[in-house]
Ligand binder design. Structure first.
Ligand code: V47
Ligand code: SF4
Length: 417
């Protein structure tokens, strides 16, 4: 049967693969032994040998998504370490977006400059930022994820003031803020170096940087999507400087904006190279574009559930020097996020409280999830919910679930291809 199967032991669970009742390691052994087309890649992963660009392309080209997931699941367990194989992290956080006015006009972005669709842009005062943050703090959040548009009215003094005020009022809250795109913009606006901009913001309270703005590094895609901001070398350089200054950062990749599989693999390899050099990335987040309010839909191919799960799996396999892969529930939806745990993801992001960027473009997921709901989504998928802080200190390890991943999800999402 395809329903929930019993656990053999804490380290050995039944798989989420429809039509099979083999354990994860039985599936992996089958891939390794049965002259499976991916057996050499599986062997490299087991031996912890770095995968090549060609391997990445073959994983994307494979029509055996079950096998790709099984190999990525093995890599995830290997990386997690003994006793943590089924851990899935989340945090209690909120998103804050102080301004949606932006001098850029990326074609996939419905969040910035709603004036084009008849609404007005907003820019919060420092007091308004504090007021909004206070609402989250009352609910117990431990991280503020703050990003916004590129707005000349919000110069570096504004952001120093915002960060300092947040730190003064809520000293226990970690401030994960400012994408590399915003750092580049502020540095240029002020005529200072990226390093100086970062140093000033760090001394004002910046604790780490989110991974936004990477989009797809390929220049032709950036050109088509009017991504005039921050070319790949600058985005990577700024993250490298942040790492050198001692803060952690994340990295993203936005799919569904007319990229090819080659573009995705090359994007991941650029991130892997940068991580080899500077070592401060802690998490990779594959993103999926939503199109409401944009005019790009006729030029792009919307990723399928299978594409999204492959992005999770291939990123887990190529990014062998990243500890964490995030299943961003806001964009994947609850079910695909749950499935992603069996495809290499080990993090679900957080409670969020009010997401604006993807919802401006038509996302139908909730604006926030209660901690209890996140824990339920993780444990009902057969994983252990682990509350973390921004830099992955463990705050609370949940119950080890006695159930296994619901194969119904996979049947629905992938089996129906
Ligand atoms: O950089 C813009 C993307 C990103 C759309 O670091 C869109 O922990 C979908 O970076 N549809 C911001 N996506 C989100 C982000 C992020 C999210 C969660 C966690 C972390 C982290 C980072 O959203 C932007 C851009 O790539 N985006 N428009 C759209 N229409
Ligand atoms: Fe501005 Fe960022 Fe939107 Fe581009 S994606 S228009 S830089 S807010």
């Amino acid at each position: 049967m395809l329903g929930l199967a019993a656990l053999n032991s804490s380290a050995e669970r039944r798989t989420a693969i429809p039509g099979r009742s083999a354990t994860v390691s039985e599936n992996l052994n089958n891939i390794l032994a049965n002259s499976h087309p991916l057996s050499d890649i599986a062997r490299k992963v087991v031996d912890q040998t770095r995968l090549t660009r060609e391997d990445g392309l073959r994983l994307y080209a494979s029509d055996d998504i079950e096998a790709v997931g099984t190999i990525a699941d093995h890599a995830r367990r290997q990386k997690a370490g003994t006793g943590k194989e089924r851990w899935v992290y989340y945090n209690h956080n909120m998103h804050l977006n102080p301004t949606n006015f932006c001098v850029e006009t990326c074609r996939f972005c419905s969040y910035a400059n709603p004036g084009l669709s008849g609404n007005t842009s907003y820019t919060w005062t420092v007091d308004r930022v504090l007021e909004e943050a206070g609402k989250g703090v009352k609910l117990g959040i431990k991280e503020i994820h703050m990003v916004g548009g590129l707005n000349p009215a919000c110069d570096i003094n504004y952001y120093e003031d915002v960060l300092r005020s947040l730190k003064r009022e809520f000293p226990h809250v970690h401030l994960k803020a400012m994408t590399a795109v915003e750092i580049e913009y502020l540095a240029n606006l002020e005529g200072i170096s990226y390093q100086e901009a970062l140093e000033r913001l760090i001394s004002a309270g910046l604790g780490s940087m989110p991974g936004g703005g990477a989009e797809i590094f390929d220049e032709a895609v950036r050109e088509r999507m009017a991504v005039k901001k921050t070319p790949a070398p600058v985005w990577l350089e700024i993250h490298g400087i942040a790492h050198k200054l001692g803060i952690h950062t994340n990295a993203t990749m936005l799919t569904g904006i007319s990229e090819t599989v080659e573009n995705k693999v090359d994007h991941l390899l650029l991130l892997r190279d940068q991580q080899d050099k500077s070592g401060g990335f802690q998490c990779f987040i594959p993103l999926k574009c939503y199109y409401e309010g944009t005019n790009i839909q006729s030029e792009v191919t919307e990723p399928t559930a299978e594409d999204l799960l492959k992005d999770v799996a291939v990123s887990r396999l190529l990014l062998d020097n990243f500890d964490h892969i995030k299943a961003y529930w806001i964009q994947l939806g609850e079910k695909i996020a749950q499935m992603a745990f069996s495809f290499g993801a080990d993090d679900m992001d957080g409670t969020i409280l009010e997401e604006k960027i993807t919802h401006a473009a038509g996302a139908k997921t909730p604006l926030q999830l209660a901690k209890e709901r996140i824990e339920f989504l993780i444990s009902s998928s057969g994983y252990v919910p682990v509350e973390r802080d921004t830099v992955y200190n463990v705050l609370n390890v949940g119950e080890c679930p006695r159930t296994t991943p619901s194969t119904e999800h996979l049947k629905e999402l992938v089996g129906a291809r």
